[in-house]
Design a binder for this molecule. Structure first.
Ligand code: SAH
Length: 349
């Protein structure tokens, strides 16, 4: 039986070292390979020019690269680029480049599909589901970084995990990817420029705090009233109540000293009353928070509609009167549907 080659990028530096030792190669070669993989984003062994031909042949015989490819790239009038990215097994995810005056932001996916069932989200209807590997997350970042240079003459500056999937339900791989993106031996991007967006899984929020993560945290809240949030995000509600969520955020703040951002869509006749804003303001009182009001991207046959401008203004007025920083994000790339139901419109300038 022919054994399937393994993707070299699923190996730690230690595992590569062990491989070299087992094959009577000098172990410092592992460090060089690792640099090629994660610092120089190599996509084949021939690029690794400081390795001997025989070492490259050895690697080639044992490992491969499960590369992703941009299957379809769409550009919006506002500059946003949406990529439908094809993974090695034929599955698709979306990765979006959002340009602003000062930033080039990558909005990346963490899973193929999503196991959550948020009733307003397009990804929820996708049937296929698997976690992305660290390399598949990293590769999306490299794609956007290269597009930034090619189309805007600027490098990537920020990353948001607001594409498909729930990053905390792919905890290890997302953190491994972030490690490679932030490590000086990797891409060397500051973790302060990375935001992980989650429905908020209390146990894992606490774990992140314990693990000492340095990136920013955003919580998709959408309602601070239990029954309403349960209707919008049934599985988020099933796994935790708002009381649990609040408690985990207090833990996060106590450990990290950093606040969080709440992402919030206001829908007509759903969460557009004064009572809704007051509940939100109260919830924000737990720890330092910012509120990011995001525009709804209607999904086909969805039951919801974007609230009126008056409702949005009311939210902003009430929240700001209580000293809560509130930003309003307009959707980017609407003409190319870059929001894909959820991507991209929450990027801070
Ligand atoms: N699962 C993670 C990250 C992916 S969704 C999370 O829930 O945060 C990224 C953001 O897009 C979330 O805030 C989500 O609530 C929001 N979103 C999903 N569908 C949307 C839609 N149709 N319009 C606007 N925002 C949407």
């Amino acid at each position: 039986m022919i054994e399937k080659k393994r993707d070299i990028r699923r190996l730690s530096q230690e595992a590569i070292t062990e491989f070299f030792e087992a094959h009577n190669e000098q172990s410092f070669r592992a460090k060089q390979v690792y640099q090629w993989l994660w610092q120089k984003s190599a996509s084949n062994f021939d690029e690794m020019t400081n390795l001997s031909k025989s070492t490259r042949t050895l690697l080639n015989a044992n490992f491969n690269f499960n590369l992703l490819e941009v299957d379809l790239m769409q550009r919006s009038k506002d500059g946003t680029i949406k990529n439908a990215v094809k993974l090695h097994d034929g599955a698709f995810v979306e990765s979006v480049l959002i340009p602003t005056e000062k930033r080039i932001t990558a909005c990346v996916s963490s899973q193929v599909g999503c196991s959550l069932d948020c009733t307003f989200c397009a990804t929820a209807s996708l049937k296929r589901m698997r976690n992305l590997g660290p390399d598949e997350i990293y590769d999306q970042v490299v794609v956007i970084h290269n597009q930034g240079k090619e189309y805007f003459g600027r490098p990537l500056t920020n990353i948001v995990f607001m594409g498909m999937g729930e990053p905390l339900l792919n905890y290890n791989n997302v953190l491994a990817a972030i490690e490679k993106i932030t490590d000086p031996k990797g891409l060397g991007l500051s973790p302060r420029r990375i935001t992980l967006s989650t429905i908020g899984v209390p146990k894992l929020i606490k774990k992140m705090a314990d693990d000492g993560v340095k990136f920013n945290l955003a919580i998709s809240l959408h309602s601070a009233i239990e029954e309403k949030r349960a209707k919008l995000m049934p599985l988020a509600h099933k796994s935790a109540t708002l009381v649990d969520l609040r408690e985990s955020l207090q833990y996060w703040y106590a450990k990290t000293g950093r606040g969080v951002t709440f992402e919030y869509v206001i829908w007509k006749d759903l969460n557009d009353t004064e009572q809704d804003v007051k509940a939100l303001a109260k919830f924000c009182g737990a720890i330092p928070t910012k509120v990011n009001i995001i525009q709804y991207n209607p999904i086909d046959n969805g039951p919801y509609t974007q609230a009126s401008q008056e409702s949005v203004d009311m939210y902003k007025d009430i929240l700001e009167s209580k000293g809560i920083i509130t930003t309003i994000r307009h959707s980017r790339g609407q003409d190319i549907d870059a929001a894909c139901g959820q991507l991209a419109n929450k990027v801070e300038e």
